[in-house]
Design a protein around this ligand. Sequence first.
Ligand code: HEM
Length: 179
Amino acid sequence: MKGIVFTEFLDLVEDKFGLEVLDKILTQSDLESGGVYTSVGTYSFSEMLQLLQHLSAHTSISIDDLLLVYAEHFFGVIEESYPGLLATYKDPIEMLSSIENHIHVEVRKIYPDAELPTFEVVEKTQDSLVMIYKSSRAMHHFGLGLMNKTFEHFNSTATIALEKLNTDGTEVKFVINKN
Ligand code: HEM
């Protein structure tokens, strides 16, 4: 997992919950990296999972809700870092249906070791999209947060339903309807 995902996460935790909570979850976790992250490094996903688990236990906020809020913050990082990539799109449905064949393809060129999910488009109309998310990381709520913000970016909103296709959440169907 890319360092920027960690550094932005730690910044957000400090911002929302304070330095004491950040310190506490870093100390509680058994981190290969020693809890020192640079935005250009690469770290194991199990470190992110431990940080999320400890933060969730401490705050009584579910991991899914933490990932949702974090993704909404992360979209701002994307807007700042990759304005050109976003400018390719005029419409949220077009953008979301292009994650697999364009957006994450470009991400992979920048970060060859990125751990990315797959999004298979099952159905697409002008105002709706059905996609299947697959990833061993089960970060579907990170996807949901990015989707919400994608609509907001285009001054639009959508109703997004998420259906887990297996219990561990590594396969999830997203049904997206533009409002
Ligand atoms: C992960 C970039 C748009 C869904 C990531 C990661 C990066 C990235 C750098 C982390 C990879 C790693 O840590 O190894 C981008 C950029 C985008 C974009 C630059 C737009 C220009 C989107 C959108 C979605 C999405 C619109 C909406 C569903 C995800 C998910 C992950 C992810 C769910 C977590 C990894 C996983 O589930 O396996 N993306 N992304 N991305 N991205 Fe994107």
